[in-house]
Design a protein around this ligand. Structure first.
Ligand SMILES: [Zn+2]
Length: 117
C-alpha cells in the first residue's frame, strides 16, 4: 500500500494493512516542518525465536507507535519522534510494517517456558 505524500492533509487519513497474521492500522496527518505524522496500532500474532532456548514461540502484539515521515532526506531531527524517510513521494506502508516487524524481531525475547521454568 502506497500513499502519496501530497494526498496527506490536515484531516487525518486512515489506513490499515494485514500481513502474516499481523495488522497495522492508524492515521496519517500533516505535521510541522513538512513532515507527516503517522500514528498506528500494531496487533496480531508473531512468531519469535527465544533467546534462551532458541525455540520459536508465538506472542501477541499490541503496540502503539508514532513516527514522523518525510518525503526525501530530512535535514534535522525531531526531539520527540523518530523520522522515517521515504522516496519517490510515496509512503510505502508495507515496507514500514516490514521494518517495524524486523525491529521487534531483533529485540530480546524470552518464551514463557524459560520465564517460568
Ligand atoms: Zn525459551
Amino acid at each position: 500500500m502506497n500513499i502519496p505524500f501530497r494526498k496527506v492533509g490536515s484531516i487525518p487519513q486512515t489506513f490499515e494493512i494485514e500481513r502474516d497474521g499481523t495488522r497495522m492500522s492508524g492515521t496519517l496527518v500533516q505535521g510541522a516542518k513538512g513532515l507527516v505524522k503517522l500514528h498506528a496500532r500494531l496487533e496480531g500474532a508473531i512468531s519469535l525465536p527465544c533467546d534462551l532456548c532458541a525455540e520459536n514461540f508465538d506472542t501477541m502484539l499490541n503496540e502503539e507507535l508514532t513516527v514522523l515521515l518525510h518525503d526525501g532526506i530530512f535535514q534535522g531531527t525531531d526531539d520527540e519522534y523518530d523520522v522515517v524517510e521515504f522516496f519517490d513521494g510515496l509512503i510505502d506502508i508495507d515496507s514500514f510494517l516490514t521494518s517495524e516487524l524486523e525491529l521487534i524481531r531483533s529485540d530480546y525475547h524470552t518464551c514463557q517456558r524459560c520465564l517460568n521454568p
